[in-house]
Design a protein around this ligand. Structure first.
Ligand code: C2G
Length: 131
């Protein structure tokens, strides 16, 4: 059983998120997703439209996701890797290099982001009534 871990806010779940989760799952058999709590989002200077509970429920419905855990701080990743016996940490390459400290504990993979979609773009387009 190869275990994969990733983290994110996953607000307004879109094809870029799904593409990331799909590829992350391909690195193992069991995908754990740490979803940023509403409080931690404030520390990332993000305000999600959907609450933690809503985002958790939505992610749990995604076929690639096996377990959803709360991401409460920047400092929990090493503990999570140990606690869940993680083999591979996967995240989008907008974070390239930022989590290399995990290489001591597991494989670290940065995947190319999906171009043309983001939660920010969705919000902007909706505000401008873009068809
Ligand atoms: N993503 C992607 N392509 C996009 C948008 C997002 O591949 N067009 C990926 C991001 O790279 C990330 C994941 O989808 O791996 C979730 O994106 P966010 O919800 O924006 O996550 P972020 O705020 O970057 O949180 O401790 C790590 C942070 O919690 C990561």
């Amino acid at each position: 059983m190869k275990r994969v871990l990733t983290y994110g806010t996953f607000d307004f779940l879109h094809n870029g998120h799904i593409n990331l989760l799909k590829r992350a799952k391909e690195y193992g058999d069991y995908l754990i997703v740490g979803i940023s709590t509403d409080e931690f989002n404030l520390m990332k200077d993000k305000r999600a439209y959907y609450s933690f509970e809503q985002r958790k429920m939505i992610l749990e419905a995604v076929r690639y996701v096996d377990l959803v855990i709360p991401e409460k701080s920047w400092d929990q990743k090493i503990d999570d890797v140990k606690k869940y016996n993680v083999d591979v940490f996967v995240i989008g390459d907008d974070w390239e290099g930022k989590f290399d400290f995990l290489k001591e504990y597991c494989e670290v993979v940065y995947l190319p982001r999906t171009v043309g979609i983001s939660t920010t773009k969705i919000k902007t387009d909706l505000n401008h009534h873009v068809k």
